[in-house]
Design a protein around this ligand. Structure first.
Ligand code: CDP
Length: 247
């Protein structure tokens, strides 16, 4: 039963369900943190990076170079991307096929920059992200969520960590999936993507006005999650009080 259903059954006013937007560079821990925050608040988690990865995966599978802007924009207009949550994780389906593992492969990561820089791809994916999150009760992470997708989000977070710490984390993540990689290559990939993320013309990565900065270099996963959940609960309490004051 969802929290809203529980509130309704208990005869209580359903709690306000906010939008939580989280941005940050590659491997800053956004996705795992955002997923756990969503689980604790009983919110929907949307990984916007998975959508850019899904478009890239489909282009590679069709043998289309990812710098072919017209062909890749056409893919982003037609592609069916579904987030199917189960007990442990959310699986990503493209056109009815499970691509959860295939979108994380290094070949996708290497080919993604022109896809993320493609204006029409961004417009198509941003519109889908806005539709998915408009009702609130959502945690969404990416690069432009606090600035372009939901600049009106009630809680905006910018997560950062040093490139070296992010490379170590990404290496552990790949090792856990039995994908072999070298630290130097992973660090290089992160630096290249950092540069692409901050310097692209459309939807560049930057800290939005009003975003809370969290440097995760020295934080544990639990500390990150607790911090964001506390900020969310404070925001929900503040909004409920101003709502009550208006009644
Ligand atoms: O997990 P990781 O940090 O490697 O990246 P991701 O969140 O899966 O995103 C993959 C790529 O998509 C990134 O390199 C970004 O350039 C791009 N992206 C984007 O342009 N806009 C977003 N809202 C999310 C991701």
């Amino acid at each position: 039963m969802s929290n809203i259903e529980k509130d309704l059954q208990a005869g209580e006013k359903p709690a306000i369900r906010i939008k939580i937007a989280i941005d940050g560079p590659a491997a800053s821990g956004k996705s795992t943190t955002a997923r756990e925050v969503a689980r604790r608040l009983d919110y929907l988690y949307i990984d916007s990076g998975a959508m850019y990865r899904a478009v890239t995966r489909k282009a590679l599978d069709l043998g289309i170079p990812t710098d072919d802007d017209d062909a890749v924009a056409a893919i982003s207009a037609d592609i069916l991307i579904e987030f199917r949550p189960n007990k442990e994780k959310t699986e990503i389906y493209v056109d009815g096929h499970d691509v959860s593992a295939g979108i994380r492969l290094p070949e996708v990561t290497r080919a993604i920059n022109p896809v993320a820089a493609n204006r029409r791809v961004r417009e198509n994916l941003v519109a889908r992200q806005q539709a998915l999150g408009k009702a609130g009760g959502v945690v969404m992470d990416g690069r432009d969520i606090t600035t372009v997708v939901f600049p009106d989000a009630e809680l905006k977070i910018f997560m950062k960590a040093t490139a070296e710490e992010r490379a170590r984390r990404r290496l552990r993540e790949l090792e856990a999936k039995h994908i072999s990689a070298e630290y130097d290559a992973v660090l290089k990939d992160i630096e290249v993507r950092d540069h692409a993320d901050v310097s692209r013309q459309h939807g560049p990565l930057r800290q939005a006005d009003g975003a809370v900065l969290i440097d995760t270099t020295q934080l544990t996963f639990e500390e990150q999650v607790t911090h964001i959940c506390n900020l969310a609960r404070e925001m929900i309490d503040d909004l409920s009080q101003s709502d009550d004051a208006l009644e």
